[in-house]
Design a protein around this ligand. Structure first.
Ligand code: FMN
Length: 357
């Protein structure tokens, strides 16, 4: 592999794939979740290149699209390698969401349109969007029906419906499916839990058993076993969310656990490949989003990427203290020679110590 080049590795389809899930043709059921402020195009392409069967945009405001906000439109940018990608929209009513989707589709195509019925944050719910829709099944169903006019698969992402709500989670899912939803991605927490407490894989699996072929799972996916347990429980797909921020190889390791012939360079990458992965991700962010987000992502991801090799702890702490993207890029480009020199100066005379942390 040439210095600083992108590893030219491809992940073959998982056993039984490619096939359609939620009416979208995918190579596997292991997908990148929507992550606000994180799942922009370069991040999506990065995880797609590591094998993600499908990616999501972060939640995009339907009203922002309707009023053609520049920042909102930037969230739609894609590029080569950004397929299949699902556009996730949030809004409080069918008309806004249909208009927003129409504006988005004038800019680029997407594999499916998805409605956010999951976001628990008050600034979203107090306007009737996100998880507020869980308590308003009629509006939620009207939104699904309105989006069917675009001749694209229509999905919804929800959370478990609170116990005291008028409909149960299963009854709410039934309303959406009756309205024409092609897939429901279910996060196994209630809105009140936000991102804390345990996600109930059991509750997600119960819904998956009731609606075979219609439910994907999300929640507490840190290890391949967590991801596989949703599929074993009857889900047709599973979302990697915070797990990929802690371990950049969560998706390829899950695919390997499912029997896909994933190159070992992706499941157990060499230090050189780990460096190239981070450079590739952050150079893409720098080109598209600018130096500050590139530096921020590099700092965030170096702990997830540089693991398990001699010199990794030192590299992580140098990354954490880099003052600019340029400094970060130079330091990464100089690795591993720089790390060996630093260890040598600090007294290590032969092999570098293992990374046991
Ligand atoms: C920083 C962050 C941003 C998120 N943004 C979105 C979003 O835009 N749309 C959405 O449907 N879910 C969003 N989620 C929820 C995730 O997609 C996922 O369902 C949730 O984190 C549960 O999975 P986990 O416990 O494995 O992280 C977000 C989660 C986090 C942590």
């Amino acid at each position: 592999m040439a210095e600083n080049s992108t590893p030219d590795l491809t992940v073959p389809p998982a056993p039984g794939f490619p096939r359609a899930v939620g009416k979208v043709e995918v190579d596997n059921p292991v997908w990148l979740a929507p992550l606000a402020g994180i799942s922009y195009a370069s991040f999506r392409r990065f995880h797609r290149s590591l094998g993600a069967g499908l990616t999501h945009t972060e939640m995009v405001s339907a009203l922002g699209l309707k009023y053609k906000g520049r920042k909102t439109k930037e969230l739609l940018s894609g590029g080569d390698g950004d397929e299949p990608c699902v556009l996730q929209l949030f809004g409080s009513n069918a008309e806004d969401i249909r208009t927003g989707a129409g504006s988005a589709l004038q800019i680029r195509s997407f594999a499916a349109l998805e409605v956010n019925m999951a976001c628990p944050m008050p600034k979203v719910t107090k306007k009737g969007s996100g998880a507020a829709l869980l308590e308003n099944a009629d509006t939620a169903a009207a939104i699904i029906k309105a989006l069917k006019s675009f001749d694209l698969p229509v999905w919804a992402k929800l959370r478990l419906v609170p116990q005291d709500a008028r409909l149960s989670t299963e009854e709410f899912c039934a309303e959406l499916i009756d309205a024409g939803a092609d897939l429901i991605l279910l996060h196994g927490r209630t809105p009140a839990q936000r991102y804390e407490g345990r996600a109930s894989k059991e509750a997600v699996s119960a819904a998956a058993r009731q609606f075979p072929g219609m439910i994907g799972g999300s929640g507490d996916c840190s290890e391949p076993e967590d991801m596989v347990s949703y599929l074993d429980g009857g889900c047709v797909s599973v979302l990697a969310a915070r797990g990929v921020l802690r371990d950049a190889t969560l998706i390829p390791r899950t695919l390997a656990a499912l029997g896909a012939g994933v190159p070992e360079e992706l499941t157990n990458p060499s230090p050189q490949t780990q460096k190239e992965m981070l450079l590739r991700l952050c150079r893409g962010i720098c080109a598209a989003e600018g130096e500050r987000p590139a530096l921020g992502m590099a700092k965030r991801m170096c702990a997830a990427i540089f693991r398990g090799f001699a010199g990794a702890p030192g590299l992580r702490s140098r990354c954490a203290s880099a003052g600019s993207w340029r400094m970060m890029e130079e330091m990464l480009a100089a690795f591993p020679e720089s790390a060996q020199a630093a260890e040598y100066k600090s007294g290590a005379d032969t092999a570098l110590p293992p990374d046991n942390d």
